[in-house]
Design a protein around this ligand. Structure first.
Ligand SMILES: Cc1cc2nc3c(=O)[nH]c(=O)nc-3n(C[C@H](O)[C@H](O)[C@H](O)COP(=O)(O)OP(=O)(O)OC[C@H]3O[C@@H](n4cnc5c(N)ncnc54)[C@H](O)[C@@H]3O)c2cc1C
Length: 278
């Protein structure tokens, strides 16, 4: 899986499937279900830490689910495989906005929805009108008030697949959106350019404080285990300096969590999703 994750670690999956469309996906899941094979849906792997033994079962990529459409008025629907910036650009063409904060978040709509990805205090699910999920072989729409979500999480049932998200946007001048996109990309170029593969913020920000401050206070900036290192540039980014294994990242993560707990009394929680065989 190191080819499919931004951290560039992790063993192989038993099967990697790229269904063509919903019909193909339904057929795949039926076949997997009949054989008792579990599956994990992934986007572009920007928030995934896959264990070194890899993934027992199938990994399903929705990269071919990549259409965007204007529904009516202020509603825009994007399939799970669409990249975040493409949604912002599409909305811009229709004079709509309010979702510019996802412009520079790497990955797909499926991953962003599952993670409730966000920036500047906003999360994508706050702009979402409803989701279309594949659950237990059925395709259904769910309004956001029917779902449980919060900071960087959306609770789904095991095996649920996000097929698409419909966003409710505001009228917005295209030039304002352009400015928003430009500023976000520039800020990220300055702050997130850590020089090595990463998954962005490794830990969630605990309520009321920034994880990087706690990590700095614990003296962990630059700490290293094997090829995994707490970035010297941004201490909530754990980076692969070239030869890291997932075990290196897991050991470094535990070291950081323990150091922060003993200096600040706060227990950090990983934002990256840790998956695969233990
Ligand atoms: C440099 C950098 C900067 C970043 N900045 C930010 C930031 O500002 N804000 C932020 O929130 N994140 C940030 N991230 C993290 C990452 O970009 C987001 O979490 C992103 O939403 C992950 O998208 P993805 O498509 O790569 O999902 P993946 O990493 O592939 O998957 C993430 C999770 O979603 C699940 N998933 C993916 N698709 C589906 C689907 N269709 N149905 C059901 N489950 C699915 C996966 O199983 C996994 O649990 C950053 C990462 C990097 C590398």
């Amino acid at each position: 899986m190191y080819l499919h994750t931004s951290l560039k670690t992790g063993g192989p999956a038993d099967l990697y499937a790229i269904p063509e469309d919903a019909e193909d996906l339904l057929y795949l899941l039926k076949e997997l279900g009949e054989r008792g094979i579990p599956w994990l849906t992934i986007g572009r792997g920007y928030n995934l830490l896959v264990r070194d033994k890899g993934i027992r079962g199938a990994v399903v990529s929705l990269e071919r689910f990549n259409s965007i459409s204007a529904i009516s008025g202020s509603l825009i629907k994007a399939e799970a495989g669409v990249e975040n910036l493409s949604v912002v650009r599409f909305a811009q063409k229709y004079g709509l906005g309010g979702i510019g904060f996802i412009s520079g978040i790497p990955g797909t709509i499926g991953g962003a929805i599952k993670m409730n990805a966000g920036a500047y205090g906003e999360g994508i699910l706050e702009r979402t009108d409803h989701l279309t999920l594949l659950r237990s072989g059925n395709i259904s729409d769910f309004r956001m008030d029917e779902l449980d979500y919060g900071y960087r999480h959306l609770r789904l049932e095991d095996g649920d697949i996000v097929l698409s998200a419909t966003f409710r946007l505001n009228e917005r001048d295209a030039s304002l959106t352009e400015e928003e996109i430009r500023k976000d990309l520039e800020l990220r170029r300055l702050k997130h350019n850590v020089g090595f593969p990463s998954a962005g913020s490794f830990f969630k920000n605990p309520a009321g404080c920034a994880a990087w401050r706690l990590i700095d206070a614990a003296g962990m900036r630059g700490a290293r285990i094997g090829g995994a290192q707490v970035s010297e540039v941004h201490s909530n980014f754990l980076v692969n300096t070239g030869s890291a294994t997932t075990d290196d990242f897991l050991a470094l993560s535990t070291k950081v969590i323990n150091a922060v707990l003993s200096t600040s009394g706060v227990t950090l929680e990983e934002e990256v999703r840790i998956v695969g065989e233990i």
